[in-house]
Structures are given as structure tokens and as C-alpha cells.
Write a protein that binds this ligand. Structure first.
Ligand code: AMP
Ligand code: MG
Length: 509
């Protein structure tokens, strides 16, 4: 499955089929054509068999040295015309001006293996400098590339909208951060890697024609229903687009909050127009539940603390709304489209939490604020926060308790047993009202045993830095089916060790 460092005798050929009407067809205002900068001794550390199969990439090709070279940017995939795109954005609440793909080089848009209408943009992250690198070196270090690779695929396995990762290649070339590290390249994939910041860029420069061209492209390729949604959205397909993005963003945020994922750098240039989780930097899955948790060492004000995330997404949608406003024309329509975010988030979050609690789904169109489960969820989250209960383990044990009807192992997680008993009573009363036992099967499928906690990532990073990528691949395999038991790796489902609290993750990557 994985390539060795020695080149295979006969490299397998793979002829990618590229989409002719991809982002690059928008023209030179949107991108700069350029070549990746090679890295020495490139080696494939791991790849996603699942994504490779979807893209129709032969396993034999992936095992070849040609694949390691091409997925590092040392040779070009046949037919690829690489480029970097330009975008701008708000970073930490402040307008940052022009940014752009500073170290991500797009290879092009691949046609999906089974559905040629569907494309997959392939991008090499860490493949060398571009005109948008500013003072950066265009590289990514092995440490952060392992985190991006593992988390992209782990989020996908959790059913959370995300960019994907096809491959992770490494090189011994030095990369200078706080200390000297080594280089790596992740081949990132998504139907589109367009960000809110792409729209902000042309709006800020008053490039109306390009702004409209970009919006039309996104509507035609990814939101075709918005084209004819004009009458409902007061004459504007662009208002319909904004509303659709708001709803997808709400969906993504609901997933983050339900699973306990903290992104860490929700700048508007890190927000996907398709509502995908993108740019895995200082992210963290919560250990003890704490809405105030800040996972990014560089975020001194806690702007991107776990509990702030839903509000920040809404703030970012305002940035997008401001950018699209000249196309929409009517202020009321712009605001109404953004406002779709709030109820959509509440509904999506309530639905996910009901699943985690093993409750039947709410009937369509019912008001979740009047739903008694909403109060039970709210009380639970308060209790988990006040006791800093391990979030993932709580849900795993609650699922197991639902199957066995013994809640002792859950109670053991709390210091204040009577507070726990009070909550359990309200949960059981709710179940009685609904006339149902908790759906243990649904709970098992909704509460992952394995998430990419910081200390797990750290362990496999240290091994890979020392030359052993086997633990990385094992962790990848476990995270690919996170709801299963994996008895051989039960320690990865356990409490974090004391040293986990001292791991410091910053924007440096
Ligand atoms: P991020 O904080 O990763 O979202 O990156 C913000 C901006 O900085 C984007 O334009 C990135 O392309 C750019 N950037 C981050 N790291 C580097 C680097 N090592 N070299 C060049 N550009 C970078
Ligand atoms: Mg970014």
C-alpha cells in the first residue's frame, strides 16, 4: 500500500483527466501560473486509499517513485498547468489586505473517477514560494503536514464537511521555524478551494467585473439551484448564493461544536465557499470540555476559542456579505441571506446532539427552541464544562451505558455525583416523555471513540520525525473508522496523558 524509498523498477503510468472549465479558466486576474520548487529525496509517507479510489488513481501508480515525485511537485502530473490563486481576507478581525496561495500550488482540477461532471482540485501545500508568499518560504514542515493529512481524513470519516488529503510526502530538506525542521507536502483535494477571501479580494479593489465573474463561476459550478432562485431571493442569484453558503457554513459549525473540534484560525481567508473545513493549523479536539478553550497559542485574546466559533462564522459571513453586496444590490436581501445562518445552525446542532443522546429526530419544521431536548442538552454542556469532563470519553461511555443500562462508568467521570444524577434524571424523564429507550445503536454511530487528540498527533509526529511512519499509518487507519472499537489501540481512546496539556500549537507551520 505504501511506497518504499527505493524507486520501483517500472513506474506505473497514470494519465489524469483534467476538467477544461476549472478555476484556471477564469483568467490571469485570479491566478499566477508557476512551477513548484523541487525538494530532494521525496518519499511518500502515506496516502488516502479511500480518496485515491474515488479519484480513480491506480494503487500501483501511488506506490511508484513517479507518484512520490509528482505529489511533491518535483515532476508535473501529465497535463497539469500549475498556478497559485490570489485572495485577501480578515485575520483576527482585522483587514489584512492581499494574501493568496503563499505555499499552495494548484495542479488543476481532476475529473472524478466515476462522475466526470464532478471535479476535484488537487493542490500541493508546501510546494515552494509563489508571488503571494510575502515573507514566507513557501514550505510546510512535516509536523504540521502530518496534522493536516490526518485531520482532513479523520474529519471526513466523522462525516464532517472537509477538504481531503490524498497524500503526504516528505523530504529531509531543512525548513526554518522556531527551530530547524524538515519539509513535507500534502496533496490537498476538494471540489473547490475557493475561500470567502477570494470574493473579498475583488470587492476590496472594486473589481466589479471579476467579482461577478467569480460569483457566476461558483453559482454555475457549485450552486446551480441559485441561478433560478431569483424570485425567492428578491431578484438576485447572488443573494441565493450567500444564503446557501450561510447554510452550509452553519452545517459545518454544528458539526464542529457537536464533536468538540476547535479550528483555531477562523480568519475569513480560511473559510471555504463550499462550507468545508479548510486549513488545518493549530486545531484541536477538546480533551476536557471547556467552551473557553483556546487551541491556538498565537490567539492571545481568545477570539477563536471553542465556544466563540459559531459567532465568528457569522462574523465571517458578514465579510462575505459585504463583498457580495454590490452584486446583490439590496441591503435587506444581503442581511436576510446572512441571517439564515442562525436558525440553520441551531437546527443542525440540535439534530446532531439528539443523535448523540440517542433521541429520535425532531419532526421537520418543528421549533427546536421549544423542544425539551434543547434544555437537557444545555444543562449537560454546562455540567460537562463545570467539571471539565473529557468530552469524547463522556459520549463513548454514555453510548455504552445506553446499551447496558448501567450508568456507573459515566458517573465516575464526575466529581459532583449529585449534579450528574440530577442531569441523568432529566435525561430519563425526557426519554419517558418520548416513550423511547435511548437508541444505543444510533449513539454508537454518532459518538466517535477515536478523535485526533493533540497528544496522539504528537506521538506519531515524533516517530515520523525519527524516521518511523508506521505509527502515523496505524493512527490513520484507526481514525478512518472512528466509531469502531479497535481493541489493539484502545489506549488511543483513553484519557490524555498529563503532558498533553503542555503541547503548544501555534500558527507556525
Ligand atoms: P494561514 O495562517 O496558514 O491561513 O496562512 C495565511 C497566509 O499566509 C496565506 O496567504 C498563506 O499562503 C501564507 N503562508 C503561511 N505560511 C506560509 C509560508 N511558509 N510561506 C509562504 N506563505 C505562507
Ligand atoms: Mg490559510
Amino acid at each position: 500500500m505504501h511506497a518504499s524509498s527505493s524507486p520501483s523498477a517500472v513506474p506505473s503510468a497514470w494519465q489524469p483527466s483534467w476538467h477544461s472549465n476549472g478555476f484556471a479558466s477564469l483568467g490571469p486576474a485570479f491566478l499566477t501560473r508557476l512551477q513548484p520548487t523541487p525538494l530532494p529525496q521525496a518519499q511518500l509517507l502515506t496516502h488516502s486509499p479511500d480518496l485515491a479510489a474515488q479519484l480513480g488513481i491506480p494503487a500501483a501508480w501511488l506506490a511508484s517513485d513517479a507518484a512520490a515525485q509528482m505529489l511533491t511537485g518535483n515532476q508535473l502530473l501529465p497535463g497539469s498547468q500549475p498556478y497559485a490563486s490570489v485572495y485577501s481576507g480578515h485575520q483576527f478581525g482585522v483587514w489584512a489586505g492581499q494574501l493568496g496561495d503563499g505555499r499552495a500550488i494548484m495542479l488543476g482540477e481532476l475529473q472524478d473517477g466515476s462522475d466526470p461532471a464532478q471535479g476535484w482540485e488537487l493542490q500541493l501545500k508546501g510546494a515552494g514560494p509563489t508571488p503571494y508568499s510575502r515573507r514566507g518560504d513557501g514550505r510546510a514542515v512535516l509536523r504540521s503536514s502530518i496534522r493536516e493529512f490526518l485531520c482532513s481524513e479523520a474529519m471526513h470519516a466523522l462525516g464532517i464537511p472537509t477538504t481531503r488529503a490524498l497524500s503526504l510526502t516528505s523530504s529531509p530538506a531543512p525548513v526554518y521555524r522556531e527551530e530547524v525542521e524538515t519539509a513535507a507536502v500534502v496533496c490537498r483535494a476538494a471540489p473547490s478551494l475557493i475561500r470567502f477571501g477570494h470574493f473579498e479580494h475583488f470587492a476590496a479593489r472594486d473589481q466589479q467585473a471579476e467579482l461577478r465573474q467569480l460569483a457566476d463561476y461558483v453559482i454555475d459550478r457549485y450552486y446551480p439551484d441559485c441561478r433560478n432562485a431569483g424570485t425567492q431571493s428578491r431578484g438576485s442569484p447572488y443573494a441565493a448564493l450567500l444564503r446557501a453558503v450561510a447554510e452550509r457554513t452553519a452545517e459545518m459549525l454544528a458539526h464542529w461544536q457537536a464533536v468538540g473540534f476547535c479550528h483555531g484560525v477562523m480568519n475569513s481567508d480560511n473559510m471555504s465557499i463550499l462550507g468545508l473545513t479548510i486549513d488545518y493549523g493549530p486545531f484541536q479536539f477538546l480533551d476536557g470540555f471547556n467552551p473557553g478553550h483556546i487551541c491556538n497559542h498565537s490567539d492571545t485574546q481568545g477570539r477563536y476559542a471553542f465556544g466563540q466559533q459559531p459567532q465568528i462564522a457569522y462574523w465571517n459571513l458578514f465579510c462575505l456579505g459585504q463583498a457580495l453586496h454590490p452584486l446583490i444590490g439590496e441591503e435587506d436581501a444581503t442581511v436576510a441571506a446572512i441571517e439564515a445562518y442562525r436558525p440553520h445552525f441551531s437546527q443542525a446542532f440540535a439534530a446532531l446532539m439528539r443523535r448523540k443522546l440517542g433521541l429520535p429526530a425532531l419532526a421537520a419544521n418543528s421549533d427546536e427552541s421549544a423542544d425539551p431536548a434543547t434544555a437537557v442538552v444545555g444543562q449537560l454542556l454546562q455540567l460537562l464544562a463545570s467539571e471539565r469532563v473529557d468530552y469524547t470519553i463522556f459520549w463513548t461511555r454514555l453510548s455504552e451505558a445506553a446499551a447496558s443500562a448501567s450508568y456507573d462508568a459515566v458517573q465516575d467521570l464526575f466529581v459532583d455525583h449529585s449534579a450528574w444524577q440530577r442531569w441523568l434524571l432529566s435525561y430519563q424523564e425526557l426519554l419517558q416523555r418520548l416513550g423511547a429507550a435511548p437508541d444505543a445503536d444510533l449513539m454508537q454511530k454518532s459518538n466517535p471513540r477515536f478523535v485526533l487528540r493533540n497528544h496522539l498527533g504528537e506521538q506519531v509526529i515524533r516517530a515520523a520525525q525519527a524516521g518511523d511512519a508506521q505509527p502515523l499509518r496505524q493512527l490513520q487507519t484507526v481514525l478512518a473508522t472512528p466509531y469502531d472499537a479497535h481493541p489493539a489501540h484502545s489506549d488511543w481512546a483513553g484519557f490524555p496523558p498529563d503532558w498533553a496539556a503542555s503541547i503548544s500549537i501555534s500558527c507556525s507551520s
